[in-house]
Design a protein. Structure first.
Length: 276
């Protein structure tokens, strides 16, 4: 079993929902990333989502765009991101790490070479925001050949055909984008999200994670009631940004925020819809 399969199986047995924090690799400076990853795990993170800085992050709102800009000021490349994962793996061999980013840096390196290097570094899954399933015929086999899970996004606008197309190629988990718009957008309609997650879960045995718009312990707890994973990005990255001038404080402050989400989620009643 992969690290992702193992972790989700453990959580299912415990009746708990995964907490997946997102941070941008190299933000606000490269030396912070590995210690921050460890702090998030210590605070209760079950899977880590590590953003690969990119110069044109079109699916991201201002908060994560600015995080990418801060990292790129230090010339953080895909190779350096893999080095950060290697550094994390020296102390943690169990926590799954998913890279989230855009296709261009992977294409430049080459799918097969990237997959081999990422797997060797300790990466478990790859989510490429701008790669639709219709164009993933070469990407998916290359990832799977190296034991990486290709993870795809589903949106509120995804129709039945789109859901099926993604479920055919996805593994690890499915990431449901709970809002129409970019990361960090506002209003979260929990009734609609709950209904859509139930629809997706009725068609797959894969875990379904929910992200975008979850920024408080209360929101995390509410989403934890019906999803398999809660993904928190912009709210955490904002806290990193606020401490950019005092980076030594970031792991503790970010860890405290994640711990508050974890505590709220663990208090939430869990009434899952079983997968197919």
């Amino acid at each position: 079993m992969s690290r992702l399969e193992t972790r989700f199986a453990q959580l299912k047995k415990q009746g708990r929902t995964a907490l997946i924090p997102y941070i941008t690799a190299g933000d606000p400076q490269p030396a912070v990333t590995a210690p921050l990853m460890h702090a998030l795990v210590a605070a209760g993170a079950d899977v880590l989502e590590l953003g690969v800085p990119f110069s044109d992050p079109m699916a991201d709102g201002p908060v994560i765009q600015q995080a990418a800009e801060r990292a790129l000021k230090h010339h953080v490349s895909l190779h350096q991101v893999l080095d950060m994962v290697r550094a994390f793996r020296r102390q943690d061999q169990a926590t799954p790490v998913v890279l989230m980013g855009y296709l261009n840096p992977i294409e430049v390196l080459g799918y097969a070479k990237f997959a081999r290097e990422a797997a060797a570094a300790g990466v478990d899954g790859v989510l490429t925001v701008d790669l639709p399933p219709e164009e993933a015929d070469e990407f998916v086999p290359a990832m799977r050949a190296s034991g990486l899970d290709p993870i795809f996004l589903l949106a509120p606008t995804s129709d039945a055909g789109r859901i099926q197309a993604i479920l055919k190629v996805a593994s690890g988990f499915v990431y449901y984008v709970s809002l129409r718009g970019v990361t960090g957008a506002a209003h979260l309609d929990l009734t609609e999200v709950r209904r859509k997650v139930a629809t997706i879960k009725s068609q797959t045995a894969l875990p379904v994670g929910v992200g975008f718009g979850i920024n408080t312990p209360e929101a995390a707890a509410q989403v934890a009631e019906f999803s398999d994973a809660v993904v928190v990005g912009s709210a955490l990255v904002k806290r990193v940004a606020a401490l950019a001038a005092t980076p030594d404080k970031i792991p503790a402050e970010a860890g405290a925020f994640i711990a508050s989400l974890r505590a709220a989620m663990d208090r939430a009643p869990v009434a899952k819809v079983s997968g197919g």
